[in-house]
Design a protein around this ligand. Structure first.
Ligand SMILES: [Zn+2]
Ligand SMILES: [Zn+2]
Length: 293
């Protein structure tokens, strides 16, 4: 029996644990510790293998050409072409069937013309009117052969896109931007309702103070620097009249705003609604609003 209070090896549970591995903190006997190092060496080899494979992949020329994203594009191309081919085949078959159906009717009509023409020749009693009529009938038949009156081929404009368009989108901009914006959009601190001009947008009020600026510069241009008091009063009275007219005018009809501003406002409202419906996140809302104005 070994001396008291010796720690048993975690692995063999026979010998005393004399060495502790710093990684897994297990106390092991000398033999098990050696085995443990061997295991770690195997795992190390795995790391080296992965590393070398990756290095080789990076250094292989034209390695990009077999990239999964390119494969994804190729797949899309193949699928789309197949869809187009299938639909084209199906439509071709339909047209051939309908043309066949028409053919009998055409042969029927032509034989009627044949009969009248033949009778005209046999009786030798035709004149310009007959000739014109036969010519017209033949032309009508010929036209209808090329462009049947009972069916056509057309683009289905109502159907939603049947081959989805693909594109390459770079994530970098949004990610970097989102990180920056995220810092400012702690919703618990700054609720959407206290965001800049939130109420103004919801209530159709101006987002900017441009109208106040306008009023300011109007006063500045109408009033001289040091007016005589009577002149000043006169000017004030004129100004009051003018603003009174403006107010009455705006009661009658809303002054036209530039389309650009209306478009921005409706875009912002749209975004707000999307946010209310939770189809966009706080961050997305902030970024998209920033882009809209
Ligand atoms: Zn052991
Ligand atoms: Zn260990």
């Amino acid at each position: 029996m070994a001396a008291t209070s010796r720690v048993q090896c975690k692995k063999c549970e026979k010998n005393s644990g004399i060495i502790t591995c710093n990684g897994c903190l297990e106390e092991l006997c000398r033999r098990c510790f050696n085995d443990h190092r061997q295991d770690l060496l195997k795992e190390f080899d795995n790391v080296v293998y992965e590393h070398d494979m990756l290095k080789q992949q990076l250094e292989t020329p034209n390695e990009n050409e077999s990239h999964p994203l390119l494969k994804q594009i190729d797949e899309w191309k193949k699928d789309s072409i197949n869809k187009v081919k299938q639909l084209a085949e199906q439509c071709r078959a339909d047209v051939v069937n309908l043309l066949d159906e028409n053919k009998d009717a055409f042969i029927n009509r032509l034989s009627k013309i044949t009969n009248t023409v033949r009778k005209g020749r046999d009786d030798d009693d035709y004149d310009e009117r007959d000739l014109r009529k036969w010519m017209d009938d033949l032309k009508e038949l010929k036209d209808e052969l090329i462009k049947p009156s009972n069916f056509c081929v057309e683009e289905d404009k109502q159907q939603s896109p049947w081959i989805p368009k693909i594109r390459v989108r770079e994530n970098f901009y949004d990610q970097a931007k989102a990180k920056n914006v995220q810092t400012y959009i702690d919703i618990s601190l700054y609720g959407i309702n206290i965001w800049n001009v939130h109420d103004a947008i919801i209530n159709d009020l101006p987002r900017t103070n441009n109208h106040v600026e306008g009023y300011n510069s109007r006063l500045e241009s109408n009033f001289p620097k040091h007016p005589h008091i009577y002149h000043f009063i006169e000017l004030l009275r004129d100004e009051h009249l003018y603003q009174h007219h403006r107010a009455e005018e705006s009661d009658m009809q809303i002054r036209k705003r530039k389309n650009l501003y209306n478009n921005i406002d409706s875009k912002l409202k749209e975004l707000h609604e999307e946010h209310v419906k939770r189809t966009i996140t706080n961050t997305e809302l902030a970024i998209k609003c920033g882009r809209a104005v």
